[in-house]
Design a protein around this ligand. Structure first.
Ligand SMILES: Nc1ncnc2c1ncn2[C@@H]1O[C@H](COP(=O)(O)OP(=O)(O)OP(=O)(O)O)[C@@H](O)[C@H]1O
Length: 420
């Protein structure tokens, strides 16, 4: 495994035995020879390399295999097939209930778990104060863990996991258990670890948590990887999948599928395949799918789309996004539908967007989408190309402003004075 890789999984699969009735498990145990269980593949052919310093969030529906994958990475579960390689000191915060011995006190558990994580007794002693102060559970640290609330449990487990300065931190849902103040404190500590180069693998149903911590996201479905890529694209795809499944049930609409992106800035594009973006390009100055502009410059781009089937309300949208995938501004243009259905079947359309780059100097991405809009807020991506184009904005001579975009805010000092 290359030095810059923290975790590598090659063809990893996991099978669990499933019994129709609880009594079948007992029968199989007492009367060996006849298999009374069915094989259930919770993970299938997982191939993944996580570079050192990467922050990756694992998302997916209930039962898609997230916790199983995490346990295999943490080494608490053995894969049925395939190979796992890990480089670096691992600290794992798995599901509530695993890890601590309920009969031991908090302190005893800290020593016990700390030693399993590879720390000496002296090292743990040296870190005890900071663990207790981060956990902030008062005298409960002297009490058996079985008397803890779930929040207290997570506080102590998280305090231990982050204080040993792990190179690889694996977290399953734990962050959403604590109260708001503890969640904020945990996020801050997590970000600190990340800035010091730790690799973080996070499972959560809280997509906001994944978006705020992880640069990359991986989506599992039925034990298989269906998407890996930048967090905003994968989480958006995940939401669209959920919505698409619901809509399909209600209206039998086309499913949203993923496909390789045409752009060099993103791996994934997605849509319903009822039409496609044929090309996106800058007019003037652009080199390939990137352009450099100075603050205030006019930026123009051309988009060519074709739709193959009858879309009720086709629109082409431009989303101007920051490097962190925050949409700063955007605009949609609704396409006119000619009355003649024969023309409409294979329409090819050409749209020009232009805007002034009133943006703070930095890197931006332009996401382009051919959509079928039901209303201003309800739409379907027919062909969505995240990060289709990249825009670098350089400082210019125009007036200075605060924040990401210049909204032409005016500020005047009134000449009338008054006394307090
Ligand atoms: N020990 C086990 N024996 C049998 N089946 C199991 C076992 N552990 C997990 N499974 C099954 O494997 C599948 C994946 O489970 P896993 O807990 O990894 O999913 P998950 O994505 O983490 O789900 P959730 O979001 O609900 O926590 C599920 O269908 C689950 O029922």
């Amino acid at each position: 495994m290359a030095d810059d890789i923290a975790i590598s999984l090659t063809d990893v699969s996991k099978v669990f035995k499933r019994y129709r009735r609880p009594v079948d498990r007992l029968k199989e145990l007492l009367l060996p020879g006849k298999q009374r269980s069915e094989d259930f593949w919770a993970l299938q052919d997982i191939n993944l390399e996580i570079p050192k310093g990467e922050t990756i969030g694992i998302i997916g529906r209930n039962g898609s295999g997230k916790s199983t994958l995490l346990q295999i990475i943490a080494g608490t579960l053995q894969p049925t097939k395939g190979q796992l390689k890990v480089q670096g000191r691992v600290s794992a915060l798995l599901e509530l209930g695993s890890g601590f011995n309920p009969e031991f006190t908090g302190i005893e558990n800290v020593f016990f778990s700390g030693q399993i994580m590879g720390l000496s007794e002296e090292e743990i002693q040296g870190k005890l104060d900071s663990i207790a102060s981060f956990a902030d559970i008062g005298d409960f640290i002297q009490q058996p863990v079985k008397t803890y609330s779930s929040g207290m449990y997570v506080r102590l487990a998280f305090a231990l996991a982050v204080t040993i300065q792990p190179e690889i931190l694996i977290v399953d849902e734990a962050l959403s258990v604590g109260d708001t103040a503890f969640q904020l404190k945990s996020f801050e500590r997590l970000k600190q670890l990340i800035s010091h180069g730790a690799t973080v693998v996070l499972v959560s149903h809280d997509i906001g948590a994944i978006q705020s911590v992880c640069r990359t996201a991986l989506m599992l479905d039925n034990g298989k990887i269906v998407q890996v890529g930048d967090t905003s694209t994968v989480t958006e795809y995940y939401f669209l999948q959920i919505r698409s499944a619901q809509e399909q049930q209600s209206y039998g609409k086309n499913a949203i599928k993923s496909k390789p992106s045409n752009s060099s800035h993103s791996q994934i594009a997605f849509g319903t395949d009822e039409g496609r973006i044929v090309s996106t390009q800058f007019v003037n100055k652009g080199t390939g799918d990137s352009q450099v502009a100075t603050v205030g410059d006019k930026v123009t781009l051309e988009v060519n789309v074709s739709y193959l089937t009858l879309l009720s309300n086709p629109a082409v949208s431009l989303y101007i996004q920051s490097k962190q995938s925050l949409t700063i501004s955007g605009q949609s243009v609704f396409l006119n539908i000619p009355n003649d259905k024969n023309i409409q079947e294979k329409q090819c359309r050409y749209i020009v967007f232009s805007f002034n780059a009133n943006l703070a100097p930095g890197d931006y991405f332009l996401t382009i989408a051919l959509e079928n809009r039901q209303s201003h807020s309800v739409f379907y991506p027919v062909d969505k190309q995240p990060r289709a184009l990249a825009l670098k904005v350089l400082p210019g001579k125009v007036r200075r402003f605060l924040g990401l975009t210049d909204m032409a805010i005016s500020a005047l000092e009134k000449t009338d004075s008054f006394s307090l």
